[in-house]
Write a protein that binds this ligand. Structure first.
Ligand code: ADP
Ligand code: MG
Length: 728
């Protein structure tokens, strides 16, 4: 028995673990581990409660007296729930979550201690953060960073620690996390969108973007996972022959959830509910052992915190159930990869969804305004949006046959296309008649129902309008949604600001308001309609068509990331004070370095696998064949021997050929890696990994996968795809 057999035995004889559940209704314990408004009301004096919630809703300052009182309330509440520690919880640029726990307990004199936590500890801390990626923003001699409380995302208790969501900055003030620029973008869109809404409805005084993410993931039994060094080290399989059966029977999607998986899901959902994460939907995805979960949408900042939190939670609970969760975008060749659809819309203080056409002409023009501004904004910055979702993992998915292409286009459905055509053509350069206007506005009112009812949905589009929201599908499963949300909200705010000033200009010329708005919208449609695409985004024809239209097709991460530091991008972000040029360069470098490091690790692991696992197994089997041929020669008459040994000898030479190729290419790959590592310039290094190292990895894999079907199953050292994906 080799390691693989032991792993398979362990996995299939795994006893079913009962999930730890709570025998109450979810509504009775939802959010019990959150320092929610309900808790605040109970623990805070009335005036402090009011000032805090006002500051949260309107983004005002929180003074020292208030923060002291909040800290003391948090401490009392957390200790009453059994917490012993507290931590600032933040989202550094390594893509993970970060926490450093401190105990509340504090000795005051020998044998006497008290629990301490005050406003200063709540508001700001200075973790020595020299080991987080900074893209050169922090010199090691100035290694301090600081974290600062984000009151708009509620504190929570996890594993006996009070976690306080914070932003994370270099001591010189540059952002070192995903949250800081996000909060700036959210403040910006609020101001600008309210200005635009005021053209239609004076009651709208606050606009906040909403996000509902759909998280896809794979689950693998822990024993099988440990028997695959590539999964352990890189989160994906670097080799593995596609099994006879993959997803072609289409029997996994929405199928019955296996018992063991369901137990795992129920337990992490219970934990999520306690943390106030509104997870709602679970189902089997397309690929074997692939699943999805989705919450009810929330305000973007909280939705992102919740997404990061649930990934951590799922990992923890999976281990208890002897599983590993794979959030990698492409853990297995030959079946679908995993994405994280970002459903995005904008909501108002009046309870309106700005992307949901209503029943009155007035609200429909408001809808149309935001709808067309979004299209115009994405058209202008589609390369930046592409850059926002670029990563080594996502490169395997984008442009592959199951995922959106690397070309950003927008699907809006037949009816809305008709509306935009009408608006553009029918009323060209002349005033619309009142009848035309109300006709147009009324028609829009019918659209969301049509879309929702007919599920007029194009699954191949990276950005689809789905009735009352845009669904950005190109985000990778492991990604922080931050970059995508920062870009979408900033480019929209940028466009809305220009829209408002163009409308104002028209009105200054004495043009009536509706007409002034229609004129700008018409111009925007004309300028941006070539990003609209209703056809099959996976098809070859689309690649050609998109090229004719001049839409960027940035095929890989090193290419795509350049948009982060283009003149246009720098001007955009500096204009709105979301990122400085320095910060953008830092992010550009961090992302490139991450790309190179991921490929470096993968390439090293592949070399190890080749030399230590694959080639020894292939040679051992080859020796058996050689022995067999020798034996046949001893016992068979020469004519029969020639006939009967031909196939064996063919196999022997095939194995030899693949082994030789693997050896040669591993040597070449190591040489290319050395070459790449010598490139000091991060873009050059990433490019070398992309163009020189990666193709060799693919070729090496090809030969290893061929060996997998030649070598005796008993001798193959690594769990095969059929075992990884079908044992549940
Ligand atoms: P699917 O796209 O899988 O068919 P739905 O359209 O029902 O599923 O919803 C998918 C996701 O869209 C859910 O996570 C939901 O919370 C989110 N969603 C719905 N409305 C909004 C909105 N106004 N803003 C942001 N997300 C939304
Ligand atoms: Mg969806």
């Amino acid at each position: 028995m080799n390691q693989r057999h032991i792993a398979v035995q362990t996995a299939i004889s795994r006893p079913y673990a009962e999930p730890i559940l709570i025998s109450a209704k979810v509504s009775e314990y939802f959010g019990t581990n959150v320092f929610s408004r309900l808790v605040m009301r109970e623990y805070l004096p009335e005036d402090v409660y009011r000032q805090l919630t006002e500051a949260i809703d309107k983004g005002g300052q929180i003074d020292r007296r208030i923060s002291d009182q909040v800290a003391s309330a948090m401490k009392a509440w957390a200790i009453s729930k059994g917490a012993s520690h507290y931590t600032h919880w933040f989202l550094p640029l390594n893509g993970a979550t970060a926490e450093k726990h401190d105990a509340f307990f504090s000795p005051v004199e020998p044998n006497l201690s008290i629990e301490q936590f005050d406003g200063s500890k709540l508001v700001q801390q200075e973790p020595d953060a020299s080991s987080f990626p900074s893209g050169g923003l922090r010199n090691t001699f100035e290694a301090r960073g600081y974290s600062a409380w984000d009151p708009s995302s509620p504190a929570f208790i996890m594993d006996g620690t009070l976690c306080i969501p914070t932003i994370f900055l270099a001591f010189t003030g540059e952002a070192l996390d995903f949250k800081t620029p996000l909060l700036k973008a959210l403040t910006l869109i609020d101001q600008v969108a309210v200005d635009v809404c005021q053209l239609f409805d004076r009651n709208i005084t606050r606009v906040y973007p909403t996000l509902g993410w759909e998280q896809e993931y794979f689950v693998v039994d822990e024993a099988l996972y440990y028997a695959r060094p590539d999964l352990v080290m890189t989160g994906r399989t670097l080799t593995g022959h596609i099994p006879a059966r993959g997803q072609q029977l289409e029997d996994h999607y929405f199928g019955a959830i296996p018992h063991r998986i369901a137990a795992f899901m129920k337990e992490f959902e219970t934990e999520a509910w306690k943390l106030g994460i509104p997870v709602k939907t679970r189902h089997n995805e397309v690929a074997p052992n692939q699943f999805e979960l989705a919450p009810v949408y929330e305000e973007v900042n909280i939705a992102i915190d919740h997404n990061q939190l649930i990934m951590v939670l799922m990992d923890k609970v999976a281990r208890k159930h002897r599983f590993r969760v794979l959030f990698h975008e492409k853990p297995f060749e030959g079946v679908n990869g995993s994405g994280k659809h970002n459903n995005w819309s904008l909501a108002t203080n009046t309870g309106k969804n700005l992307l949901s056409p209503g029943h009155t002409p007035k609200t429909n023009l408001l809808f149309l305004t935001f709808f067309i501004n979004i299209i115009r904004a994405i058209h202008e910055h589609s390369d930046l949006l592409r850059a926002a979702i670029a990563s080594a993992g996502n490169d395997h998915r984008l442009g592959a046959n199951e995922a959106p292409p690397a070309i950003i286009s927008i699907f809006i459905g037949r009816q809305l296309t008709g509306v935009l055509d009408d608006l553009e053509k029918r009323v060209k350069d002349r005033k619309m008649t009142p009848d035309e206007k109300s006709d147009l506005k009324l028609n829009i009112g019918k659209i969301p129902r049509i879309i929702i009812d007919n599920t007029d949905r194009n699954r191949t589009s990276p950005m689809a309008f789905t009735g009352n929201k845009f669904e950005f599908r190109a985000v990778g499963a492991s990604a922080n949604c931050g970059p995508a949300m920062i870009v979408l909200n900033t480019i929209l705010a940028n466009r809305l600001k220009q829209f408002k000033s163009e409308v104002d200009k028209n009105m200054d010329k004495g043009i009536e308001k509706d007409e002034a708005i229609f004129r700008v919208l018409r111009k925007y449609i004309r300028e941006s309609k070539n990003i609209l695409f209703e056809g099959n985004g996976y098809s070859r024809e689309w690649l050609e068509e998109a090229a004719r239209r001049g839409l960027p097709n940035l095929k890989n991460t090193p290419e795509a990331l350049h948009s982060y530091v283009s003149k246009k991008t720098i001007a955009l972000f500096e204009r709105h004070a979301i990122f400085s040029e320095k910060e953008l360069h830092a992010r550009f470098e961090i992302r490139l370095e991450n790309y190179s490091k991921v490929l470096q690790i993968e390439s090293r692991v592949l070399a190890d696998l080749s030399g230590n696992h694959i080639i020894p197994a292939a040679i051992a089997y080859q020796n058996i064949l050689v022995e067999n041929v020798r034996g046949l020669k001893d016992v068979l008459p020469p004519e029969l021997f020639r006939e009967h040994s031909a196939q064996q000898i063919h196999s022997i030479s095939k194995i030899s050929e693949h082994v030789t190729q693997i050896r040669a290419m591993v040597r070449q790959m190591i040489a290319e890696r050395k070459e790449a590592n010598q490139q000091e310039d991060p873009p050059a290094c990433a490019k070398a990994y992309c163009n020189k190292v990666k193709p060799l990895m693919e070729e090496i894999r090809y030969h290893i996968d061929k060996l997998e079907i030649l070598v005796d199953d008993q001798m193959w050292p690594l769990p095969k795809y059929r075992e990884l994906m079908f044992i549940k």
